[in-house]
Design a protein around this ligand. Structure first.
Ligand code: BES
Ligand code: MN
Ligand code: MN
Length: 464
């Protein structure tokens, strides 16, 4: 398959420039100021799929942002791969912390990426990874090596909860029928340690508001005599973990699956350096649930974290005031079997129950989703494993991730197929953070590896 390598080598500058053009489009789904840019990005993705050789491409409307759907059916008796990705990105804030503008991509070298990385919002999550599939498709159609049928389903609301897609999928089961779902929206351990993601955590995201007096008060005249919502909120939040960093919400761990010691031993074999981890984050110690390792804490264990907290005076200088309200946004990462609706309910009941007299508490649920684990004894995983082994020269390690792609469990339920998570990002790529980037090596390696997945999946299907 030297053919594939030379095709990539001959076209890599164009592949990079096309991705750069896509990254210039600020498709921030969370902020309505960018709604036209999100729609324009859908249009650009549509054109790219047409150019890559899809026979039929359309923009499918939903109650939210549209889905870009494309397909090439070469023979209905052959297997069909459904590719999912997202063209929306996270907000770029805080912009001040970017070394270069988030929607003006630049290529720079980093310690992890000596061959250079593209810096821009969405470079890794998920435009760069989604576009690897478009270019892999181009390669296969241009060289006549596409071995099976392909469908693309690229959405524009992943970063805000995939509501449009949750509406679209159950209404289009026939159209989306497939033998395997392929997604590149996760990561791998390191450029010389390939891994395949075998699990995602679920998510429950809530917002809380604590209200005390009906107006802001002078902190001298009233301080000490009425409940201060910020004091109360922080105390309530602090009580959500015990001294061993277990979550204290009654029932929170009820359905959590404990891994066997064999499974934990297997996990511990994945290469990991605690020193390098601490060094990369400039911390002198890790912190988390007692009895679990860092890699367990961030993948097989559920968590509760404050993502934002506000209230009172935060301007320059000092203002003596007791605020009327205090707020926080809280995420709970869940593991398979924990139902996100149940957990949201448990949180709400518990949080309301611990509020002292003198304040009122309001809990507003946001989006959420179930976790996902995929077995490795299926031809989808085997095809991915063979593909990585060939391009990286090493067998990839199966690894459960801490992140969430809530729509994945819906795919499994509605479309009844296995989901294969072939991620090529690194944890250090700073997704959702300032200076997000995606390695050129990773981008090109992805384009090289994906066609092999198609090849091996088609071959293994024949024997099944
Ligand atoms: N691609 C990420 C999820 C991810 C990243 C999984 C790396 C595994 C490894 C996705 O775009 C994402 O950011 N998901 C959100 C949830 C969503 C509902 C906003 C998350 O995990 O916070
Ligand atoms: Mn993503
Ligand atoms: Mn994301």
């Amino acid at each position: 398959m030297e053919n594939r390598k030379s095709y990539i080598e001959n076209n890599k500058d164009r592949f990079i420039n096309e991705l750069i053009d896509l990254l210039k489009m600020p498709s921030v789904s969370a902020d309505s100021a960018f709604s036209q840019d999100v729609l324009n990005t859908a249009e650009a993705v549509k054109i790219s799929l047409e150019k890559a050789g899809c026979d039929h491409v359309e923009i499918c409307e939903t109650p939210g942002y549209p889905i870009v759907y494309g397909e090439k059916i070469i023979d209905p008796s052959l297997p069909t791969v459904l590719v999912y990705g997202h063209y929306d990105v996270q907000p770029a804030d805080p912009i001040d912390l970017w070394d270069s503008p988030p929607f003006d991509p630049v290529i720079k070298k980093t310690a992890e990426h000596p061959q250079g990385a593209i810096f821009a919002r969405g470079a890794c999550d998920d435009k760069g990874q989604m576009y690897m599939h478009v270019k892999a498709m181009e390669y296969m159609t241009e060289t006549g090596t596409l071995p099976c049928n392909v469908k693309f389903m690229i959405e524009g609301e992943e970063e805000v909860g995939s509501e449009g897609l949750s509406w679209f999928v159950p209404r289009n089961r026939e159209k989306l029928a497939n033998d395997v779902i392929l997604i590149s929206d996760t990561g791998m351990i390191a450029n010389d340690i390939p891994s395949i993601t075998t699990g995602l955590r679920g998510l429950s995201y809530v917002e809380v508001e604590v209200t005390g007096p009906n107006r802001d008060l002078h902190s001298g005249l009233y301080g000490g005599a009425v409940a201060n919502p910020i004091n109360i909120l922080t105390k309530m939040i602090a009580s959500l973990h015990d001294e061993d960093n277990h979550v204290t919400i009654p029932g929170f761990y009820d359905n959590v699956e404990e891994l066997s010691s064999e499974e934990r031993d297997q996990m511990a074999e994945a290469p990991f350096s605690l020193d390098a981890y601490k060094k990369a984050l400039d911390i002198d110690a890790v912190y988390g649930e007692k009895g679990y390792t860092t890699n367990e804490r961030n993948s097989i264990r559920p968590t509760l974290d404050v993502n934002g907290i506000w209230g009172g005076y935060i301007g320059e200088g000092a203002k003596t005031v007791i605020a009327s309200k205090a707020n926080a946004k809280i995420s709970m990462r869940l593991v398979p079997n924990q139902d996100w609706n149940d957990i949201t309910e448990l949180f709400k009941n518990h949080f309301e129950s611990i509020a002292p007299k003198g304040v009122t508490v309001k809990v507003t649920p946001h989006h959420g989703g179930q976790g996902y684990v995929t077995p490795i004894d299926n031809i989808g995983y085997q095809a991915a494993s063979k593909a990585y082994t060939e391009t990286f020269g090493k067998t990839p390690i199966p690894q459960r991730s801490g992140g969430s792609i809530p729509i994945v469990s819906l795919f499994e339920k509605e479309l009844e197929s296995k989901i294969i998570l072939m991620g090529f990002g690194l944890d250090s790529d700073a997704i959702h953070s300032p200076n997000e980037h995606f390695g050129i090596f990773n981008y090109l390696k992805g384009i090289e590896t994906i066609p092999l997945f198609y090849k091996y999946f088609t071959e293994l299907s024949k024997n099944n």
